[in-house]
Design a protein around this ligand. Structure first.
Ligand code: NAD
Length: 486
């Protein structure tokens, strides 16, 4: 396979840089392409293109025309479905079933959902009494913010990027996207889609590169970027927040998690095991909403640990296109080293290793990939590193509990607050416990079931703000009050 060139997409054209870096496939470490590394000049050009496009045909389009265009973007992604599957498959090595059923369809749906939503945006108006009796009419108009800086992670590249680009464009903004250095594929492909359906030049821009002292930092520090939406690690969020403070720019952050799964003895046992297995091991554990801390009520603790072990051991690692593959690799050698370092820490801190704990034997070229075994621990104190820190790998620690109060306290004893799953057939308990968990989203008897209209985001160090539905419209628009004396 000839290595690709992943170029920036600026003002409707693919442009290169003199500096490039390698993109390797996580399944077998094969070189798949050279990514152009953007610097200050490339970011300046992309932001200038975005700013100019705010005054061009994009700004005079009717809402209906904009909605129509974004539907065409979604339809073109669907028409080029296989190209998107391959780009994402080579970037992250996810099993094809997940790409075909979740990642790519959601990527397209994000454009349609938010396009449809802007057709019905409510506005406010008030007749205000005045001392002369004539009154005043106050009304609000909603305007786009301008050029939005979109900084993305690698774990679900198209889905998470379009979750931001879809509503930003639907609201009439322009964007400069900085994809993760690990996953340049689908953001680049989306440039071709934008041109194919006639999105005006400069509305969608992409600059590749790294974070600090590279495209990410230059974009988030740029004075002509009106607002920044970011998904990634909490400490990166802190750096971007410092950058955004210069110019008092608005931020929306979706950050890390250390999510608890709570299993009561009265749960539907098989569904709980299935659900926790998905939450712990899907996408090789590289899901911000995943469960790395599991608490199981004592009467079913041993049975649950044994059943989850069977599940973990039944997940087959392999090439994404093999039908039997249930587990892909980690994104990179660096991330593999990080996850394996936690596997070592768990051992050193005295964990009982129920299953896993190392690297699986892979055949042929796959042996060069970044694989790790699904891993389950028990027996650690709540202070252990694998219970406190986000690992972002296919692993979880399971601990027993004896009361609702105890498990609520343990679930909340973390700096993070992204999501929780609760497994019980007692509905009153489910609602009672859910209301006390300090997170942005709680699933009861399910996991990763999303309705794009609902508020999505994290509490504590898991984020700032909410996206989804009207909450995205709030972030991607600004309201202006106009007061008319009658
Ligand atoms: P990361 O923070 O390392 O990188 C994310 C992006 O930020 C990349 O594009 C990177 O180049 C850029 N970046 C890094 N430093 C920067 C800087 N100083 N200035 C500007 N940009 C910078 O995160 P990651 O490793 O790509 O993703 C995994 C993390 O993302 C995990 O912590 C996970 O929990 C989190 N995540 C959260 C959600 C959510 O919805 N809350 C969703 C997915 C992933």
């Amino acid at each position: 396979m000839e290595p690709k060139q992943f170029r920036h997409f600026v003002n409707g054209e693919f442009v290169g840089s003199t500096k490039t870096f390698e993109k390797r496939r996580p399944t077998d470490n094969a070189l798949i392409g050279h990514v152009h590394e953007g610097g200050q000049a490339e970011v300046d050009a992309a932001v200038a293109a975005g700013k100019a496009a705010m005054k061009g045909p994009w700004s005079t389009m009717s809402v209906e025309q904009r909605v129509d265009l974004l539907h065409k973007v979604a339809d073109e992604i669907t028409r080029r479905f296989e190209d998107f599957v391959i780009a994402e498959r080579d970037d992250i090595g996810q099993p094809r079933s997940m790409l075909e059923h979740v990642a790519i369809p959601r990527g397209a749906a994000n454009f349609k959902t938010f396009a449809d939503m802007v057709k019905n945006v409510p506005t406010e108006s008030f007749l205000t009494p005045t001392p002369d009796g004539a009154g005043a009419l106050n009304y609000a108009i909603r305007v786009p913010k301008g050029v939005i800086g979109v900084v993305c992670p690698w774990n679900m590249p198209l889905l998470l990027m379009t979750w931001k680009v879809g509503p930003a464009l639907a609201c009439g903004n322009t964007v400069v996207v900085k994809p993760s250095e690990e996953t340049p594929g689908t953001a680049t492909l989306l440039g071709e889609v934008m041109n194919a359906v006639g999105v005006p030049k400069g509305v969608y821009n992409v600059v590749h590169g790294f974070g600090p002292n590279s495209a990410g930092e230059f974009l988030t520090k740029h004075k002509n970027v009106a607002a920044i939406t970011f998904t990634g690690e909490t400490r990166t969020g802190a750096a971007i927040m410092r950058a955004a403070s210069d110019g008092i720019r608005d931020v929306s952050f979706e950050l890390g998690g250390k999510n608890a799964g709570i299993v009561f003895a009265d749960c539907d046992f098989d569904k709980a095991v299935e659900g926790i297995a998905r939450a712990a091991f899907l996408n090789c554990g590289q899901v911000c909403l995943g469960t790395e801390r599991v608490y199981v009520e004592r009467p079913i603790f041993d049975k649950f640990v044994a059943a989850l072990k069977v599940k973990a051991e039944s997940i087959k690692p392999g090439a994404p296109d093999e039908k039997s593959t249930g587990l892909g690799p980690l994104i990179s050698a660096e991330h593999q080293r990080k996850v394996l370092s936690y596997y070592e820490k768990a051992k050193a801190e005295g964990a009982n290793i129920v299953t896993g704990g190392s690297v699986p034997q892979m055949p042929g070229e796959l042996a060069n990939g970044h694989w790790v075994q699904p891993t389950i621990w028990t027996g650690l104190p709540e202070t252990a590193s694998v219970i406190r820190e986000e690992i972002f790998g296919p692993c979880c620690h399971i601990a027993p509990f004896d009361s609702e109060d105890e498990v609520i306290a343990k679930a909340n004893d973390t700096d993070y607050g992204l999501s929780t799953t609760i497994w019980t057939t007692n509905l009153s308990r489910a609602h009672r416990v859910a209301a006390q968990i300090e997170v942005g989203i709680t699933w009861i008897n399910s996991w990763f079931l999303r309705d794009l209209r609902t508020p999505f985001g994290g509490s504590k160090q898991s984020g700032i703000g909410r996206e989804g539905g009207v909450h995205s419209l709030e972030f991607y628009t600004e309201q202006r009050n106009i007061c008319v004396k009658l």
